[in-house]
Design a protein around this ligand. Structure first.
Ligand code: ADP
Ligand code: ZN
Length: 441
């Protein structure tokens, strides 16, 4: 059942800290991180030397712009241990990226890093109403991917009962959810949708479950998707963000205001830059999110370019937190489709599709090049109660969606309606793009 809007805060001192005081703390920690990196990671020292910047040039947080960026390629080029700033004997964990975009990368955690990460997730779970009275079902994959273990550690930290299901085995997930009375669910939003739809199809009503909220992340999703999920399960569906390079899930999380994710600014500095020029962009302007870790000792990252597109917004939130909020991720720069010169993110298409009752949230985007022209096909399932044999109705629906896509995104797309349950379901991150152009972009 959806909760009353109460703002629970895990670490009031850090999350509600005075703005100036936090900037000072960030400046101090930034300097320490840069020193650590300069002294222990030759690859980054070389880059700083080339840019003519020394650790002592970093006096306040504003000096961050002097520092060179890091990228995913740095992790690949220095694979596996080249970016480790602590000796292997001090490391207690290695985690890796899920490899959504290419070769996997790994980062190392000292005991201190695991503790910091754990607290970040504990803050997220607390904001979603979680605590020692909860049973938290974790359906993120356990393994190198940070989702499963990250959620597990955070849930343990708040004193909840952890149900470490890992991903997949949908029927068993539902049995446990129902029989054990899990109160919270953690998984990707696409898997949550699949679970929720299956629950409803099995005739199970939300009131037969004890679910009150869920922390869903690891892939982009939309406000429309949240509404859909909340209607299906009558609970609070909260967004949580993170990436392996910066420590895993919990880098940012939503509070009950549900209008942006608070970034754990005592542990990271967030910047938004123009992805082309690298220049800083003001609040509320979309650009590429860049993170600097402030407390990581295993694999610190400086000005790491995430490729994720969003906006930042500073100010005090109605929940009492003073940390900067990031908007939903609208896409990744490397997930962006360029269709005849127009930039399109899958989430924009999802937003349009979910405005139609007669189609489901399951879709796939197929891009081909025909006679040197890009052709986008949006393949989407009709809803369960739509009469798939009614050709006329199908044509009308496809035409309506096409028109709405054209109006909202300014692109022409072919809309291919397919029967329910014909698009492969994902148990982890959904794969929504098939690009047959073979050129990359
Ligand atoms: P990858 O997917 O690159 O292999 P990770 O498993 O570390 O690596 O996933 C991190 C990425 O997942 C982020 O950079 C972002 O693109 C995406 N992500 C994570 N959480 C969210 C979220 N709440 N909303 C949108 N995207 C997210
Ligand atoms: Zn808030």
């Amino acid at each position: 059942m959806r909760q009353k809007k109460i703002h629970y805060i895990y670490n009031r001192e850090m999350e509600c800290m005075d703005f100036e005081e936090r900037r000072e703390l960030q400046g101090k920690r930034l300097r320490e991180t840069v020193e650590l990196e300069y002294n222990n990671v030759p690859a980054y020292r070389k880059r700083m030397d080339k840019a003519g910047v020394k650790p002592e040039d970093i006096k306040t947080i504003d000096d961050i712009v002097k520092l060179p960026f890091m990228q995913k390629t740095d992790l690949r080029d220095n694979f596996p241990y080249g970016l480790f700033a602590a000796p292997l004997k001090d490391m207690v964990r290695i985690q890796g990226s899920s490899g959504t975009t290419g070769k996997p990368i790994v980062t190392g955690y000292t005991k201190h890093d695991v503790d910091v990460w754990t607290e970040m997730v504990a803050r997220a779970i607390t904001a979603a109403g979680g605590g020692k009275d909860d049973i938290i079902q974790i359906a993120y994959g356990y393994g190198l991917f940070t989702g499963g273990l990250g959620a597990h550690q955070g849930a343990t930290k708040v004193g909840a009962i952890v149900l470490p299901m890992s991903s997949g085995n949908t029927q068993r997930q539902i049995t446990m959810l129902k029989e054990l009375g899990s109160t919270m669910l953690c998984c990707t939003p696409s898997y949550a949708t699949y679970l929720a739809e299956t629950i409803r199809e099995m005739g199970i009503k939300p009131e037969e479950l004890k679910l009150k909220s869920g922390c869903f992340g690891a892939e982009p999703w939309t406000e429309e998707m949240r509404q859909h999920l909340e209607e299906l399960l009558d609970f609070d569906a909260m967004d949580i963000y993170g990436l392996t390079e910066i420590g895993g899930p919990g880098v940012a999380f939503e509070c009950m205001e549900k209008n942006g994710m608070h970034i754990n600014e005592d542990h990271v500095i967030a910047e938004i830059i123009d992805p082309v020029t690298g220049e800083a962009l003001p609040d509320d302007t979309p650009g590429e999110l860049v993170f600097t870790t402030l407390t990581k000792t295993g694999t610190p990252m400086i000005r790491y370019r995430t490729h994720d597109i969003c906006t930042l917004h500073h100010g005090t939130c109605a929940c009492g937190r003073t940390t900067v909020k990031m908007s939903r991720i609208t896409g990744r720069t490397d997930d962006m489709l360029v269709i005849r010169g127009v930039n399109v993110f899958p989430s924009q298409i999802e937003g349009v599709l979910l405005g139609f009752e007669d189609v489901s949230a399951h879709y796939m985007l197929v891009v081909d090049r025909v006679n040197s022209q890009d052709k986008l096909t949006i393949r989407v399932e009709v809803s369960e109660d739509f009469e798939f044999n009614d050709t006329k109705a199908l044509e009308t629906l496809a035409a309506e969606i096409k028109a709405q896509i054209k109006q909202t995104l300014l692109i022409s797309a072919r809309v291919e309606l397919v029967p329910p349950k014909t698009i492969p379901r994902s148990e982890g991150k959904a794969k929504r793009i098939i690009d047959n152009r073979g050129t990359g972009f």
